[in-house]
Write a protein that binds this ligand. Structure first.
Ligand SMILES: C[S@@+](CC[C@H](N)C(=O)[O-])C[C@H]1O[C@@H](n2cnc3c(N)ncnc32)[C@H](O)[C@@H]1O
Length: 282
């Protein structure tokens, strides 16, 4: 099962990489984008691929001219310097999770997998997981997570239900949570699961640090491309781009964020909420 790279042709055209350039794919996953970027810069250009999930990185280690590293993209500057990776002309962030996470990881990312343990970490070795949050966080903190990271309706009611239920029985699986919620609406469930995933992986803070760090190590004229999948991520990206443009440090390459064409969405429905923004460093 391969994750279909989103907005691939558009990204390759916008990045406009040339033979011998170096580039970073900060969300390597199955390497869909990284392999296409390599086609533009081969044979002498190099790619640094980062993924928080070591399962992904292991699969990618055999690709020529790709340095694949397990790590959090929030540490992008340090990862690049540790690997002696210099002068990136482009950095790509394709946020969120891949099909593999939803369908094969067994970590409870999907509300359609009731038998899986509810963990939701990208980094399988991480100490924090969704079960810990659900079983241990105070009610007010749970409500805050659902409100802030899921923009969920009635966050306090959901938090109250969880706290009531966990007094009788610990929450271990996706099915345990579904039984407590008693919600059938897929959109609402998706928002609740999104909120938990963001909290487990500290996704918004990591994203902010990552794009700041990435922008810092780009060469002048280099491009930072970010594909986001929901409004909370997009807001972080939009605000950062706006502030760098206002400071005179960068230019927005696209007047408006780019969305996939209908044809791509019909072939790959998970691309439907994608939004691409590209910033060029001056
Ligand atoms: C949507 S997938 C990327 C797909 C890839 N562009 C492709 O086409 O094959 C997102 C990847 O980002 C990784 N990821 C999410 N948060 C991360 C973080 N903070 N640091 C590093 N990798 C992260 C996930 O593990 C996942 O593999």
């Amino acid at each position: 099962m391969i994750h279909e790279p989103v907005l691939l042709k558009e990204i390759i055209a916008l990045l406009n990489l040339k033979e011998g350039d170096n580039a970073i794919d900060a969300t390597l996953d199955g390497g869909g984008h990284a392999k296409a970027m390599f086609e533009s810069i081969k044979p002498s250009g190099k790619i640094l691929g980062i993924d928080q999930d070591s399962e992904m990185v292991k699969k990618m280690n055999s690709i020529k001219n790709l340095v694949a590293v397990t790590g959090n993209f929030r540490d992008i500057g340090e990862i690049a310097s540790r690997n002696n990776f210099k002068n990136p002309k482009a950095i790509l962030f394709d946020l969120g999770l891949s099909r593999w996470h939803l369908e094969k990881s067994g970590r409870g990312f999907s509300f359609q997998k009731p038998d899986e343990p509810i963990l939701m970490q990208f980094d399988a070795g991480s100490q924090k997981n969704a079960a810990i949050i659900l079983n241990a966080y105070p009610e007010t903190e749970l409500a805050e997570i659902f409100k802030k990271f899921g923009e969920v309706r009635a966050p306090h009611q959901i938090a109250e239900k969880i706290v009531f239920a966990r007094k009788r029985k610990r929450i271990y699986s996706v099915g345990d949570l579904l039984a407590i919620l008693g919600i059938k609406n897929k959109k609402s469930l998706a928002k609740i699961f999104q909120a938990l995933r963001i909290a487990v992986n500290d996704e918004l803070a990591a994203l902010e640090e990552a794009i700041q760090g990435g922008f810092r190590i780009l060469v002048p004229g280099g491009k930072l491309a970010v594909i986001s999948y929901h409004s909370l991520e997009d807001r972080v990206v939009k605000n950062f781009f706006k502030s760098e443009v206002a400071k005179g440090n960068a230019e927005n390459i696209l007047k408006k964020p780019l969305a996939p064409a209908l044809e791509e969405i019909s072939k790959n429905p998970s691309a439907r909420s994608a939004k691409l923004r590209v910033l060029q460093k001056i």
